[in-house]
Design a protein around this ligand. Structure first.
Ligand code: ATP
Length: 245
């Protein structure tokens, strides 16, 4: 098997030198896999994403122990610009698109860091194919899109950076069930095209439906991990996250 695209080992993170948000996390994303990261409020999901995207210090947090290895390189304390250039791209929660710019301008902004023009154009074509609705509404202001379409645009903008590993932070948040289903389909398609995905979700049913493996965080520790299909059947996940029993 090829080396994992992401390996987190013994990762511990504190805020302000006091609040222990992560207490020794082990997590692996195999190349080309979709991995779901579940957990209730305050479990540490956002903190893990901050560690992966190199933004802990913006929140007065730091890594106290452990390592993050991306594609064979230690990025535990790497600058965001370097990891993005290496293909580790995050789609932030809450979509954060530029509402006054057009759909097309938003997408182009996602490709600004890509020097290779041919690669940029290929990514652009791929995004418009993946999201026909964005192609149709290319010249409209992004602020006029529905919530679901804005989420698609945020993902499309992330794909414009040519990711090897896409970090999706709660893409289903605030969306109607039908639209959440569409987001799940998009994740499947991104997966089918060979991009690895770490999918942080409160919506366990959607995440487990599209993921290969899943990890459950509980107060800063991994409490459950395994193949997504197995976790979906486990009593704890059924009870706590799928609303059965
Ligand atoms: P949510 O789904 O609510 O975002 P989460 O699983 O993403 O939850 P985190 O936001 O990572 O959880 O929070 C993990 C722990 O770190 C919590 O105890 C939280 O109070 C603490 N924490 C998060 N951000 C900060 C911060 N900026 N300063 C201090 N403590 C923080």
């Amino acid at each position: 098997m090829s080396r994992p695209i992401l390996e987190v080992r013994g990762l511990a993170v504190t805020y302000g030198g006091a609040v222990e948000a992560l207490r020794g996390i082990d997590l692996t994303v195999e190349r080309g896999h979709v991995v779901a990261l579940l957990g209730s409020n305050g479990a540490g999901k956002t903190t893990l994403l901050r560690a992966l995207s190199g933004t802990l210090r913006l929140h007065r947090a730091r890594v106290d122990a452990g390592t993050i290895t991306y594609d064979g390189t230690d990025i535990t304390r790497a600058e965001t610009a370097r990891t993005v250039a290496a293909g580790l791209v995050q789609v932030p929660e809450g979509r954060r698109i530029f509402t006054r710019l057009t759909v097309e301008e938003n997408l182009r902004a996602g490709g600004l860091g890509t020097r290779d023009r041919a690669a940029r154009e290929a990514a652009h074509a791929r995004v418009l194919e993946l999201f026909p609705v964005l192609a149709q509404r290319r010249h409209q202001r992004a602020g006029l899109l529905s919530g679901g379409e804005q989420q698609m645009l945020a993902i499309g903008r992330g794909l414009m950076a040519g990711p090897q590993l896409l970090l999706l932070d709660e893409p289903s948040l605030g969306l109607a069930p039908r639209v959440i289903g569409q987001i799940g389909e998009v994740v499947r398609e991104i997966h089918a095209q060979g991009t690895s995905v770490l999918l942080v979700e409160q919506n366990a049913a959607m995440a487990l439906g599209v993921a290969d493996e899943a990890f459950v965080l509980d107060v800063g520790r991994v409490s459950l991990a395994g193949p997504a299909a197995e976790l979906a059947q486990s009593d704890a996940v059924q009870r706590l996250y799928l609303g059965h029993g």
